[in-house]
Ligand binder design. Structure first.
Ligand code: SAM
Ligand code: SF4
Length: 344
C-alpha cells in the first residue's frame, strides 16, 4: 500500500491493478491521508479560492428515463415547467448585477430548446452580459447542435458519464448507450468546450471494479471538470427500494480524483450537501474547489426534483457561504473561474 500511495502522490497516476488494490484495501488512516494530500494539491494549484457557479435550472421536461432521476419522462407526478428567453435573461441578469460571472444552465433533455432557440438565448446572454462564462448541462445532442451552441458562445459543458461500466450504464439508462455518451463527450472536447464528466456513487450493483473503471475512464478522458455525487433515492423512480449512496465514499472518490486529475475543477455537489450538512467543509477537505448556488426563480426551484429535499442554497445567500469558507481559510470567488490551463 505504501508504494502505491507514493506513486499516486508523486505521479498522479495508478494502473488498473494498483487502483483496485487501493480501493479494496484502504483503511481509515489511509483515507485521511489521501484526503489531506488532495486538499494540499488543490491549494497548490488553485490557492484558497472556491469557485462559485450560479446554477439556473431552466426546464424539467425530459425525454429520457434514467432509472434514478425524479425528472424521468415516465414520472407523471412531476409538475413540468420551462423558462422562456426573457425569464432566462432576467434571472441571469439579476445575478450578473450581483457580481456573478459563471453560469450553469441545466435542464432535462428538452427538445423544445432546438438548436436555433438555444443558440439565440446563449448569443443574447453573451452579448448582454460581458465577461460571463456559460456552462451547459442539457444532456445528449448531435454534433451540429453542440457546434452551434459553442459558436453562439457557450464555454463549458457538463455531461456526467454516470458509470463507465457499459452493462451497468445501459441497465440504468433504458434506450441509451454508453457508446453514444462517450461520443458526446469526445465531440464536446473536440469542439473546444471545457468539459465535465463524472459519476454517481452508490448505484445498484456497483463493485470496486466498476469504481476503478470510473477512475480510469476519467484519467483517459482528461475532463476539465468532474462531478461526483451520491445517488439519492427518489420514491417515484424504479430505484425506490434501493439505498442512498454513501457520503463517506463520495469524499474518498473526490480525493482520489483530485490526485489523479490535479487540475480538474471539482464541485462539492448539491447531492453531497443534501446528505451532509457539513458537506461543503468536508468536500473542500477532500480536494473540492467548486460550489454551485441556485438562481432558479423560487416558483420553479421545487419542481426541479431529481430527488427529495434537495439542498438549494441561493446565489443571494452568498454571505453565509462566504463566511463558512472564510472559517476554513478560503475565499468565495464569483468570477469566471476557468480551468487553470484556460486562464493563461
Ligand atoms: N439532463 C442532463 C443530464 O442528465 O446530463 C442534466 C440534468 S441531470 C438532472 C444532472 C445530473 O443529476 C445527472 O448527471 C445525474 O448524475 C444527477 N442525478 C439525477 N438523479 C439523481 C439522483 N436521484 N441522485 C443523485 N444525482 C442524480
Ligand atoms: Fe433526464 Fe438528466 Fe434526469 Fe436522465 S438525469 S432523466 S437525462 S434530467
Amino acid at each position: 500500500m505504501r508504494e502505491i500511495l507514493k506513486k499516486l502522490y508523486e505521479t498522479n497516476n495508478l494502473d488498473l491493478n494498483e487502483l483496485t488494490f487501493l480501493i479494496e484495501n484502504v483503511d481509515e488512516a489511509t483515507i485521511t491521508d489521501i484526503k489531506e494530500k488532495a486538499k494540499e494539491l488543490n491549494q497548490k494549484i488553485y490557492g484558497n479560492k472556491i469557485y462559485i457557479r450560479a446554477l439556473l435550472e431552466f426546464s424539467n421536461y425530459c425525454r429520457k428515463n434514467c432509472m434514478y432521476c425524479g425528472l424521468r419522462k415516465d414520472n407523471e407526478n412531476v409538475d413540468r415547467f420551462r423558462l422562456d428567453k426573457n425569464q432566462i435573461v432576467d434571472s441571469i441578469g439579476k445575478a450578473y448585477d450581483f457580481g456573478y460571472r459563471s453560469f450553469v444552465m441545466q435542464s432535462g433533455e428538452d427538445e423544445y430548446y432546438t438548436k436555433d432557440i438555444l443558440s439565440d438565448i446563449i448569443f443574447t446572454l453573451k452579448e448582454k452580459f460581458e465577461g460571463i462564462a456559460i456552462t451547459l448541462s442539457i444532456g445528449e445532442r448531435k454534433f451540429e447542435e453542440y457546434e452551434a451552441f459553442k459558436k453562439a458562445g457557450a464555454d463549458r459543458f457538463l455531461l456526467r458519464h454516470e458509470t463507465a461500466n457499459e452493462k451497468q450504464y445501459e441497465k440504468l439508462h433504458p434506450g441509451m448507450s454508453f457508446e453514444e455518451r462517450v461520443r458526446c463527450l469526445h465531440d464536446l472536447k473536440s469542439l473546444g468546450y471545457q468539459v465535465g464528466a463524472g459519476f454517481l456513487v452508490g448505484l445498484p450493483k456497483t463493485s470496486s471494479q466498476i469504481m476503478v473503471e470510473n477512475l480510469r475512464f476519467l484519467k483517459e478522458l482528461q475532463p476539465h471538470m468532474v462531478g461526483i455525487g451520491p445517488l439519492i433515492i427518489h420514491n417515484d423512480t424504479p430505484l425506490k427500494n434501493f439505498s442512498n449512496g454513501s457520503v463517506e465514499d463520495t469524499f474518498f472518490y473526490l480525493a482520489i480524483t483530485r490526485l489523479l486529475l490535479p487540475k480538474a475543477m471539482l464541485p462539492v455537489t448539491t447531492a453531497v450537501n443534501t446528505l451532509d450538512k457539513n458537506g461543503l467543509e468536508r468536500g473542500i477537505h477532500s480536494g473540492g474547489n467548486v460550489l454551485m448556488l441556485n438562481l432558479s426563480p423560487q416558483e420553479v426551484k421545487q419542481k426541479y426534483e431529481l430527488y427529495k429535499n434537495r439542498e438549494t442554497k441561493s446565489v443571494y445567500d452568498l454571505d453565509k457561504v462566504a463566511e463558512r469558507l472564510e472559517n476554513l481559510g478560503y475565499e468565495a470567488y464569483i468570477g469566471r473561474g476557468d480551468h487553470i490551463d484556460w486562464s493563461i
